[in-house]
Design a protein around this ligand. Structure first.
Ligand code: SF4
Length: 163
């Protein structure tokens, strides 16, 4: 459950990982005056947030970013459709998020079609740039994931209707 009024749950499949493999918190990069009071950075610098990275949202991109298929597969398994605020702790169209990570994330969103995925971004240039050439890579990734997860293939609809 989320206490954000316009969503049901949050999910952050791209996050930092510690040397021991445990969740290492989150990171984003401030880009505009609207980032001055970033709630995500405040949580990450807090002593009370379970997944605090303690890294301010400035400077070099951390090297320990991963894509968690486990988080996305949990969403796939949920029976009830929810409003999912995905990437609530970062900006998925930040330059440090690779195209391959985005392809995987959106492919999982296609498969988890029972949910409505909600995305916020301040990177309004990269979003259309990514989607201009994303259709075929996402379609292929969906096909591969359905094989891996033993799910039946189904029609691929573009643009993705539940995002
Ligand atoms: S883009 Fe969003 S999450 Fe990233 S630093 Fe700015 S306000 Fe925070």
């Amino acid at each position: 459950m989320s206490n954000i009024q316009w969503t049901d749950i949050t999910a952050n499949p791209i996050h930092l990982v510690k040397a021991d493999g445990k969740h290492g918190g989150h990171w984003c990069k401030k880009i505009s005056p609207g980032c001055a009071n970033c709630y995500s950075e405040a949580m990450n610098l807090s002593n009370y947030f379970k997944f605090a990275s303690k890294r301010p949202y400035v400077g070099e991109v951390p090297e320990n970013l991963i894509f968690s298929s486990v988080i996305m597969q949990k969403l796939v398994k949920l029976k009830k459709g929810e409003r999912v605020f995905i990437f609530s702790m970062t900006d998925c169209f930040g330059g440090w998020i690779s195209v391959e990570m985005l392809d995987l994330a959106f492919a999982y969103m296609v498969i988890a079609s029972q949910h409505t995925f909600q995305i916020l971004t301040k990177r309004l240039e990269r979003m259309p740039e990514y989607f201009r050439s994303a259709k075929e890579p996402i379609r292929k990734t969906v096909e591969d994931l359905r094989h891996q997860l033993n799910l039946p293939q189904s029609e691929f609809i573009w643009p993705i209707p539940n995002v």
